[in-house]
Design a protein around this ligand. Structure first.
Ligand code: DX5
Ligand code: ZN
Length: 226
């Protein structure tokens, strides 16, 4: 995985047909997705439950781009090796998920993955200030994690601060939650380069009618470019 700051669209398969993940992943990649965003929820850190390592390993067989795994689980450390084994390219843990995010990020890299750190809307940018040398990605949540289809919470100021803190480090800024054609531009202007979008990509389409996904992805990309 090479680093660049061009805008990348990462559809969240949380909005896909759960009975048809293989075809859904292939459809979004055919239709222009840059990364595939996989939302792992444990019913404890967040009030919803999705899938674990065996499912993620099965998704891997269909992903040809980048598998971006967002862990909304606590604790994280006991599962890092399982997600490495499942084939995650990027593994993101929440800074709120435990007391030792520093150690968690080291362990993610030691397991051979890129390390991401996510911030809930109520958590300040400064919470990751001393973690930036250990991170490859900072995920700024623009909804409270747990569900797709929620309304965007403006975190533009946080993104700006993070962008300044990151400086010339090779760290992506990812925005997750409520990204659509109306919100993409302001976060990219503030310094984000990875846009996760669930409902705004899958809305109105299906594997049988996948060109809708393509149009939705293109519309977000165009909006982001201004
Ligand atoms: C929220 C998840 C997001 C979510 C995004 O807990 O982390 O990735 O699926 O979905 P939308 O784009 O519908 O807000
Ligand atoms: Zn996510």
């Amino acid at each position: 995985m090479s680093f660049d700051r061009s805008v990348k669209i990462a559809p969240s398969i949380l909005s896909a047909d759960f009975a048809d993940f293989g075809r859904e992943i292939r459809a979004i990649e055919d239709q222009g997705a840059d990364w595939v965003h996989v939302d792992v929820m444990d019913g404890h850190f967040v009030p919803n439950l999705t899938f674990g390592p065996p499912a993620v390993k099965a998704f891997r067989r269909h992903v040809t781009t980048v598998m971006d795994v967002h862990l909304m689980i606590s604790p994280v450390d006991p599962y890092i090796d399982a997600y490495a084994e499942a084939g995650a390219d990027i593994l993101t843990a929440h800074v709120e998920a435990g007391a030792h995010t520093h150690r968690t990020l080291q362990a993610i890299r030691a397991a051979g993955m890129k390390a991401g750190v996510a911030l809930n809307p109520g958590t300040p940018a400064e919470a990751v200030e001393h973690l930036l040398d250990l991170a490859d990605l900072v995920c700024v949540m623009t909804v409270n994690p747990g569900f797709g289809g929620q309304r965007f919470i403006d975190m533009t100021e946080k993104v700006r601060r993070l962008r300044a803190m990151i400086g010339d480090r090779e760290v992506h800024i990812e925005i997750d939650g409520g990204v659509d054609t109306g919100t993409a531009r302001r976060v990219v202007e503030a310094g984000a380069d990875v846009l996760v979008a669930g409902s705004a990509v899958f809305r109105g389409g299906s594997v049988e009618d996948a060109s809708v996904y393509g149009r939705n992805i293109a519309a977000i990309r165009e909006a982001a470019a201004g």
